[in-house]
Design a binder for this molecule. Structure first.
Ligand code: UFG
Length: 323
């Protein structure tokens, strides 16, 4: 059995859809930002907190868990600057509680959701796992702290782990059953699609004076189901003993500017956007593009969906959004 913490959230719920084909899945989620209906019906659902030892103990005593995948975190950069306490308590403190209870129950396989925000403002064009980490906000620091703690725990307590550093997750499950739903929404693609569906007056481009060809920020957008597949491969590598500790970037290796994303959304939907140029958003690096060569070479992962397919699946979800 695999325990998926945060399995009712955006990325976790997509992973569960894929994992349930191979494994029995237990989802633990406190539903603070996740959606109960997003959890596949074949999964066992437990409402509870990863920072609550009693909630964890009851899950680990009841079910024979062989690995934990940990998606539950606060993940808004801006909020983390205003309220760092929340980020250190929830992302660091609660994860420490989880690791303690896991180890006590002799569960030693762990997959951790990390982020491109651990790199800060990179000094290279394409980011590899050996690029120096230098996060510029509490969110990125909270994730890097856990990465460092994992390395110590692996040595001292024989913990096996894979850290996955996501770039920009987007898109939705192929059937349109589940997709991205945040409140408030801050991510570019859903915001543009909400505007093109008539639910927002305009789209703001945050900054047009970056050192990029069109002046807007460049990001590496990765389909949420490609991310899900990477988690399955990472899990198999731990369970089969091929990996003891590993850190991988997950991106497409292609950068698109904010303006290019808006244009692609226009092409997919056939609707013209009302675009305004706005101030830079604090804490946004100009360009974040991943090299995912390492996971390609070591685990055979590859991305199967490009930006157009990402936006098509998101649009499909958005037009018939269930939650
Ligand atoms: N953007 C706009 N207008 C909007 C919304 C976003 O121009 O209305 C821009 C942002 O400035 C950024 C790009 O679109 O340049 C993408 O922004 P998102 O908010 O969609 O995603 P981020 O790149 O900010 O965030 C992602 C992850 C975070 C992670 C961060 C690392 O979602 O978890 O990358 O920098 F921390």
């Amino acid at each position: 059995m695999i325990l998926v913490i945060g399995g009712a959230g955006y990325i976790g719920s997509h992973l569960v859809k894929e994992l349930i084909k191979k494994e029995t899945v237990v989802v633990l989620d406190n539903l603070s930002t996740g959606h109960r209906v997003a959890v596949d019906q074949k999964a066992i659902f437990v409402e509870g907190n990863l920072g609550n030892e009693d909630d964890l103990k009851s899950v680990f005593s009841k079910y024979p868990i062989k690995a934990v995948m940990h998606f539950a975190a606060n993940s808004l950069v801006g909020e983390s600057v205003i309220n760092p306490l929340k980020y250190y308590e929830n992302n660091v403190g609660d994860t420490l509680t989880l690791l303690k209870v896991m180890l006590r129950h002799n569960v030693k396989n762990f997959i951790f959701s990390s982020t491109a925000a651990t790199y800060g403002i990179p000094n290279v064009d394409i980011i590899s796992e050996s690029t120096v980490t230098n996060p510029i906000n509490p969110y990125g620091r909270s994730k890097l702290m856990i990465e460092q703690i994992l390395a110590d725990y692996a040595k001292a307590y024989d913990l096996n782990y894979v850290v996955l550093r996501y770039f920009n997750a987007a898109g939705a499950f192929q059937t349109g059953e589940i997709g991205e739903s945040h409140n408030p929404e801050t991510h570019l693609i859903p915001i543009v699609l909400q505007h093109l569906a008539g639910q927002r007056e305009k789209v703001s481009v945050f900054g047009s004076d970056y050192e990029t060809p069109d002046g807007s920020c460049i990001r590496d957008y990765i389909h949420v189901m490609d991310l899900a597949n990477a988690h399955i491969l990472a899990l198999e590598s731990l369970l089969e003993g091929r990996n003891k500790t590993a850190t991988y970037n997950l991106g497409n290796g292609l950068g698109y500017s904010v303006k290019e994303v808006i244009e692609t959304c226009e092409q997919v939907t056939g609707v013209k956007a009302n675009v305004e140029i706005a101030e830079r958003r604090e804490g946004d690096p100009g360009k974040l593009v991943a090299s995912s060569a390492k996971i390609f070479e070591e685990l055979g992962w590859n991305t199967e969906r490009d930006l157009t397919e990402i936006i098509q699946s998101a649009w499909n979800w958005h037009q018939n959004q269930k939650y």
